[in-house]
Design a protein around this ligand. Sequence first.
Ligand SMILES: Cc1ncc(COP(=O)(O)O)c(C=O)c1O
Length: 465
Amino acid sequence: MALHGDRAPQRRDADRASGNPFAILGDPAIDQTINTPYSRLAADPVPPEVAYQLIHDELMLDGSARMNLATFVTTWMEPQAQRLMAESMDKNMIDKDEYPQTAAIENRCLAILADLWHVPDPSVVTGCSTTGSSEACMLAGMALKRRWTRRTGADPTRRPNLVMGANVQVCWEKFCNYWEVEPRIVPMSGERFHLGPEEAAARCDEDTIGVVSVLGSTFDGSYEPVAEIAAALDELAARGGPDVPIHVDGASGAMIAPFLDPDLVWDFRLPRVASINASGHKYGLVYPGVGWVLWRDADALPEELVFKVNYLGGEMPTFALNFSRPGAQVIGQYYTFFRLGRSGMTTVQRAARDVATSLAARIDAMPQFRALTRGDQLPVFAFTTSDDVTGWDVFAVSRGLREHGWQVPAYTFPPDRTDLAVLRVVCRHGFTHDLADLFLRDLERVVADLESGAAARTGASGFHH
Ligand SMILES: Cc1ncc(COP(=O)(O)O)c(C=O)c1O
């Protein structure tokens, strides 16, 4: 949203006249001499230190990203990773001809993910990097839709549909809207907060392009039972019903499960899984924006979706919504894989899960709260107020925590559990046991204030997934 009315410089002439040598950092009244551009370019340039300092200072209003327990997105990387990313900031990912080594590194990351996700033939990896999981999901959804069109013929009287739980991230609603696919949403029910196998199979028909299964859910961090969903779809096909592929939205979990749950079968080991996406910038431990999508084999990605672009003398296959895109994040992903290796990734993810399970247990032990998930799948958990709490609600807790600097979203669950309002904590690398102790202390203070009536006690928030 634009803020109108540029602030007029009040001291510029006086300053120019005095030639104030402190007119940059040391001048406490610096911004009175500058016309901060809110809606129009200023007439003249300003020195780089001035532009830097004033924008840097404004950004302090964003609060501390490390205390943001709402986001799944990486908020800390090592200085060496930052240096490498700064060095490759000028590389355009699409210019594979000009930056062949960046392209080779992207392919190494894809091969590493193909290995982690058990692609049947690792010698032919079909996949690409993206700006994040949303773009990756769009591409995977398009492939599913195109495969359905091929199967059924381009019959304008038929309408494709996609089956998913009400807990899917908003990118799937976007996909359905943008690509004119009917969303078949399975509502939550009772204590089932994500997609169940029977519910998924019951909604499939000959026009179902696929089932989306989420590992794990944005709403509460739980893993959906991908193997059971696959088994229910196997059974449906065996009974003569439609043969429906699965896309696993592993935005977060596809970077957790390979390290912490190696025996959980959720990936290409299931023949029904056609494609998988993950966010490099979530538990892939890279600053935003990088995502990944892989198909089980070349057949799962209709060839006509892949453009062969003749670009400055080279021919390159691309499947993407964007054209130009920064290369730095892909380099950051490779740094993380290279630096940590399998055991390092396992240690980092385990540390996040340990903090999540221990914090969820301690919050659950408070008489005022009930944990809905325990942080033992994604290092993420949701909790709500106990039945005997009536005078205040989760929204007041979220507001109270904000006053202590913590950002913890409060929101109601989707249908059919819109009656249930929760708080969610995302434990990421860098949120240590020490910080979790301090968070718990602040949560106890917020509760004490609410119980004594010292703080506003109810009210909704505008949090969106
Ligand atoms: C399950 C799931 N899918 C997709 C997304 C969208 O991911 P991105 O922000 O990388 O576009 C998210 C983001 O939270 C998510 O949790």
